[in-house]
Design a protein around this ligand. Structure first.
Ligand code: DX5
Ligand code: ZN
Length: 216
C-alpha cells in the first residue's frame, strides 16, 4: 500500500480556506482531514457542516473526517450526505461500536476507529475485521500543534500485528505531531496514512512538505 497523506485543515488559514484547499488540490496528498470537535469529548470546538460543505465544494481529494464528539451516531447520515468518504469515530465515545461502524458503512462511507494515546491496541481485537481504518492518536486529541508521543511507534507495530493475526487489512493512520522527523519511522512500523496539520500549513512550501512526508 502506498503512503497516504491527509493534511488537517484545522491548521489552515480559515480566512483563505479556498486558497488553502487549492494548495492541497495541487499536491500529492490523497486525502483532506477534517477534525470535528464538540467541546465535550475534547476541550476544544472546531467546525461543523457549514465549513464541510465548502471544503467538499472545492476539494478534489478524498475527505476523511475524524469525529471527536460524543454520540457520533446522531450525525452519521449527515456526514454521509455531506460527501465524507472515510468517517472515523473514537473508540472511547462508542458504547455500541459494532453498531456504529455498521451504520457508517450502511450510509456508504468507509468506517474508521480512533484510539487515544492511553487506549491499548488489543481492545480492538474483536472489531478489527469490521473496520476500514484504524487511527492511532499520537497526541491527546483537541488541538493541532502538539508534541508527538513516542509510544505511538509500538502501538502502530501492534496494530499491524493484530491485523495480520486476524487476516484483516485496514489502513493504519497516525494523527498528531507528525513531521519529517517521525514520518519514516511510522511507515517502517506499519503505518500507511499520516495526518499532518502544522507541518504542512505552516510550511513555506506545503506542496514540497507533502512530497517529503510521503517518504516514497
Ligand atoms: C488533534 C487532531 C489532529 C491535528 C493534527 O486533535 O485530531 O488531526 O489537527 O495537527 P498537527 O499535525 O499540527 O498535530
Ligand atoms: Zn485528527
Amino acid at each position: 500500500m502506498k503512503h497516504i497523506i491527509s493534511p488537517s485543515i484545522l491548521a489552515a488559514d480559515f480566512a483563505n480556506l479556498g486558497a488553502e484547499i487549492e494548495k492541497i488540490n495541487n499536491s500529492q496528498a490523497e486525502w483532506i482531514h477534517l477534525d470535528i470537535m464538540d467541546g465535550v469529548f475534547v476541550p476544544n470546538i472546531s467546525f461543523g457542516f457549514p465549513v464541510i460543505k465548502y471544503v467538499k465544494k472545492y476539494a478534489r481529494k478524498i475527505l476523511d473526517a475524524h469525529l471527536m464528539i460524543v454520540n457520533p451516531d446522531n450525525y452519521i447520515e449527515q456526514f454521509g450526505a455531506a460527501g465524507i468518504e472515510y468517517l472515523t469515530v473514537h473508540y472511547e465515545t462508542c458504547v455500541h461500536l459494532h453498531r456504529t461502524l455498521q451504520k457508517i458503512r450502511s450510509c456508504g462511507m468507509k468506517a474508521g476507529v480512533a484510539i487515544n494515546p492511553h487506549t491499548p491496541v488489543n481492545l480492538l481485537s474483536e472489531i478489527i475485521s469490521e473496520v476500514d481504518l484504524i487511527l492511532i492518536m499520537s497526541v491527546n486529541p483537541g488541538f493541532s500543534g502538539q508534541k508527538f508521543i513516542p509510544n505511538t511507534y509500538g502501538k502502530v507495530a501492534q496494530t499491524k500485528e493484530l491485523l495480520q493475526q486476524k487476516n484483516a487489512n485496514a489502513i493504519i493512520q497516525v494523527d498528531g505531531g507528525i513531521d519529517l522527523s517521525n514520518a519514516a519511522g511510522l511507515y517502517e512500523a506499519g503505518a500507511n496514512a499520516l495526518v499532518a496539520g502544522n507541518t504542512i500549513f505552516m510550511s513555506n512550501d506545503p506542496i514540497n512538505t507533502i512530497y517529503q512526508l510521503k517518504c516514497e
